[in-house]
Design a protein. Structure first.
Length: 133
């Protein structure tokens, strides 16, 4: 519930199913930053360095979980992730901290590039789960 509260506070965009899912459903789906095949220590390091984006990551994980395997939805989920990361920066880092804000915007862009480049297998894994494959 902490993640959902943070997402609401920041005004992040998410599918309706994210907001109404049970806490148990979310806990089963959310794996932290990075794909399932990343070792736990690496995901922990990513969260340590990019934890500010935890709510955006959670929404992105949920979108991949409910995926239907449609290419356009994959790209839409990734664009939503980028928008949510940028919104997080705008809501959490004051304008007068322009250097930090600029660095976090660059980090958001880099994370977006990573999910676009390497996220398709995780997205399709959600589709396969939905189909029972």
């Amino acid at each position: 519930e902490v993640i959902r509260s943070e997402a609401r506070r920041l005004g992040l965009d998410a599918p309706d199913s994210f907001w109404i899912a049970s806490a148990e459903q979310l806990a089963r789906v959310l794996n932290g930053m990075g794909p399932d095949w990343f070792p736990a220590w690496l995901r922990a390091k990513l969260i340590e360095n990019q934890g500010r984006f935890a709510a955006a990551v959670a929404i992105h994980d949920w979108c991949f979980y409910i995926s239907l395997g449609i290419v356009d939805e994959f790209h839409a989920a990734n664009w939503q992730f980028l928008r949510n990361c940028r919104r997080t920066v705008r809501k959490t880092i004051p304008v007068y901290r322009w250097s930090k804000r600029a660095q976090m915007m660059i980090d958001a862009d880099l994370l977006y590039g990573a999910v676009c480049a390497g996220g398709w297998p995780g997205y399709m894994a959600g589709a396969y789960k939905a189909e029972g494959v």
